[in-house]
Write a protein that binds this ligand. Structure first.
Ligand code: ATP
Ligand code: MG
Length: 716
């Protein structure tokens, strides 16, 4: 122990206090960039180096795997690389670690499988096939939600671990319940645990085996949690349980950065921590080290519009920098081009590295228009926490439909022939391959020539080929964008992703269609299909080299906790940020969460911040207006580039006023309850299966027609 306290160098007084107060419950509440994560990391190092605590006795919970990795790297620099920092991890990572050691108590093997959302869906698809239900009418989304609801507490875990009571889906008549039970049974068969299970199994284990819990409580002598404002009740429960014996719980967070309320995060845990820990100490950090005063002022000016918050007084000693810029473009491409120009200037004039630049946006699909421009200008970029637009599965699938029509190539055929499922599985494909080899035809033609073969009669090959053939005829007459729309509808691909309930994927496909329309507007409607596809290979064959310097692109959610010298927040449009749903939501907090998101984005910037948006139309065909968040900023805090016409500004403000009114209108109430019997003039008698408050609809099942439909509350 040479220099036991060197890990405290460079901390301010309050941070030092946070790092060296090791006993009892402590919370640190502070704004973005005030060094919370730094204090937490230093505290870890202090516990190890100055107090001689073993890292294996220290649980340190971070929000993402990426954050955990970064923290490990920093800590190892101070405490030495060979130490085991396995308990610097996420909530789920921690549960995995517990279960790998202890799950045998629950009669599961240690090498249990971890299931992600895709795996979950695969299991569900199998079930639908077995029950011979069509995935189209399957209410896939609803079932996933039901699984989520089932797994809100630990009750169901007992049915999985009870060896004397096998799960019996066959004993139930209720179809939803049957599907749920089949799902559990299949999960059990592969010993698979999804993300919810990881948490629930850990709870069940601790509840049933107090000795095991006691062992972990003794083992984890100190507990630290970063980004605590986004912990859910279950996550907090886990922390409380583990910290029950010693009470050494240290949490840091910023209530203004709660951005996961929609997923159960509750800032009350940090704001009212004393309810659970009456003797907790509170430390405030007031100095911001990340951003220039200009950027800080913009962040503060925005977040003050939230009613539900604790006011914080932050200051900075950083020298004054440049003004924040709001760029307004007449159309999307102009926005993208301006950003590219600005990036080039930053590189040329300020010697910025591309690594110093981040482009942030509200939703994944928004990356597309930017990506296209970056590629045109040969600027390297990488996307964090996601795929590049043209590498996304649904985009490749959609384009494969067009390629198949243009080139009839086997690759495209293979991509889509059985998506959605048409009973053309591996065996039948193998058969096609053999025939194709013999005849020298493409797989598609081979299928077309053998539609009446025994092997294909009971599949949906005929519908598939008919759809493609019909459109091939149309191909010369309609624009490529119309063709794409038609083919995705005729083959059932669009319905397929709609039913999957993944809004992101649907948004991406809509974005592809929109980009095609734009392309045609720019180059004339008679762009041929072949020409378009050729042009696209330019985007898709772009080789990726991750070590290269690159601009970082990501959603705001992914940017949590990170910082970049230059930040572009793009697509700052009303109905994108704040997003459409929050505008329709009657609960004020939905809008406040959007504002916090914008705040998180703004506070990622160190030196320069650009807020950009443009006119035009959204994917849903709505006219775009600058976000209310721009109008909420005090004048003089930013400089505007580009002109917002008077009329547009008036219209924008009117739209915002209208939205506000809508939101404040008294909440309508549902007149029926779940289970009520109703009669519909067209669909006949039905039963209300569920009620969706947000959309104000009942989901009604009509047995005669074997359908379930959302019916508006106001429909009489
Ligand atoms: P966020 O709320 O966004 O997660 P944070 O409060 O966790 O922010 P950090 O990421 O820990 O803030 O720190 C922000 C930046 O300020 C980092 O670059 C960090 O190195 C720097 N920093 C923190 N404390 C100090 C200090 N005492 N002196 C100098 N720089 C500091
Ligand atoms: Mg942080």
């Amino acid at each position: 122990m040479t220099e036991p306290f060197n890990m405290l160098h460079g901390l301010n007084e309050m941070q030092r206090l946070a790092a060296t107060t090791t006993e009892g419950p402590i919370r640190v509440i502070a704004g973005a960039g005030s060094g919370k994560t730094k204090a937490l990391t230093s505290r870890y190092a202090y516990l190890v180096n100055a107090l001689g605590i073993e890292p294996s006795n220290l649980l340190c919970v971070t929000f993402t795997n990426k954050a955990a990795q970064e923290m490990k790297r920093r800590v190892k620099k101070i405490i030495g690389g060979e130490r085991d920092t396995g308990y610097i991890t996420t909530y789920h990572g921690f549960c995995v670690r517990v279960l790998r050691e202890e799950i045998h108590h629950l009669f599961y093997p240690k090498n249990f499988l971890i299931l992600d959302t895709e795996d979950q869906k695969t299991i569900l698809r199998e079930i639908y096939e077995e029950l011979q239900l069509k995935i189209n009418d399957s209410k896939f989304n609803r079932i996933l939600k039901k699984i989520g609801e089932l797994k809100m507490d630990t009750g169901y875990v007992y049915s999985l671990i009870d060896r004397n009571q096998p799960i019996k889906p066959e004993d139930t008549e209720d179809q939803d319940r049957k599907i749920l039970l089949m799902y559990l049974k299949k999960q059990k068969r592969v010993y698979g645990l999804d993300f919810d299970d990881l948490m629930n199994f850990t709870f069940a284990l601790f509840k049933e085996y107090p000795k095991v819990l006691a062992r972990w409580q003794e083992r984890l002598h100190y507990i630290q949690v970063d980004e605590f404002q986004d912990s859910s009740s279950r996550q907090f429960e886990l922390i409380r349980l583990l910290g029950e014996k010693h009470g050494n719980v240290f949490v840091v967070g910023d209530p203004d950065q709660t951005i996961y309320e929609w997923r159960g995060a509750d800032p009350a845990y940090i704001v009212h921590l004393e309810r659970w820990y009456p003797n907790c100490q509170t430390i405030f950090l007031n100095q911001n080290y990340r951003s220039t005063p200009e950027i800080l002022a913009v962040g503060n000016s925005l977040i003050q519009n939230n009613a539900l918050r604790v006011e914080k007084q932050m200051f900075t000693e950083a020298p004054s920098g440049v003004k924040v810029i709001h760029y307004h473009g007449k159309q999307e491409q102009e926005e993208a081009k301006w950003i590219v120009g600005q990036i080039k200037d930053l590189v040329k004039q300020q010697g910025a590295s591309l690594n110093d630049i981040a482009i942030l946006y509200r939703a994944n699909y928004l990356s597309r228009f930017m990506e296209q421009e970056l590629i045109n200008d040969n600027l390297e970029y990488s996307i964090f926490g996601g795929f590049k637009f043209f590498e996304r599965k649904e985009i490749k699938d959609a384009l494969a439909h067009l390629k198949l029509m243009a080139f009839e190539d086997d690759l495209s055929f293979m991509r889509i022939v059985n998506t959605p499922k048409r009973q053309i599985g591996k065996k039948r494909i193998e058969l096609l391959r053999q025939w194709a080899e013999e005849s020298g035809e493409t797989l598609y033609t081979t299928l077309k020539n053998n539609l009446d073969h025994d092997q294909f009669i009971r599949t949906e090959a005929l519908e598939f080929v008919n759809a493609i053939e019909a459109l091939k005829v149309k191909k010369e007459e309609v624009s490529v964008s119309d063709l794409l729309q038609d083919v995705l509808q005729a083959t059932g691909y669009e319905a397929h992703i709609r039913e999957d309930g993944d809004q992101d994927r649907l948004d991406n496909v809509m974005e592809l269609q929109r980009s095609l329309v734009q392309y045609e507007q720019a180059y004339g409607e008679d762009v041929s299909l072949e020409y378009y596809l050729q042009m696209l290979t330019l985007y898709t064959e772009n080789d990726r080299e991750d070590e290269k310097e690159s601009i970082k692109m990501m959603t705001i959610h992914t940017a949590k906790g990170l910082e970049y010298p230059y930040v572009f927040l793009i697509g700052l449009t009303e109905s994108i940020l704040p997003n459409e749903r929050s505008l329709r939501d009657r609960k004020e907090y939905a809008l406040e969460e959007e504002r916090r998101l914008a705040y998180v984005a703004i506070t990622r910037a160190e030196k320069e911040l650009y807020l950009t948006e443009s006119e035009g139309f959204t994917g849903r065909g709505q006219k775009k207006y600058p976000s209310r968040f721009i109008f909420e900023l005090e004048d003089g805090l930013y400089k505007r580039v580009g002109v917002i016409d008077r009329d547009l500004e008036e219209e924008a403000k009117e739209v915002i006023r209208m939205n506000r009114k809508l939101q404040q209108a008294p909440q309508k109430e549902a007149s029926y309850e779940v289970g009520a019997l109703v009669k519909h003039p067209v669909f006949g008698e039905g039963k209300i299966e569920s009620i969706e408050e947000q959309k104000q609809v009942y989901h009604v099942h009509f047995p005669e027609m074997e359908i379930t439909r959302p019916i508006s509350w106001s429909f009489k």
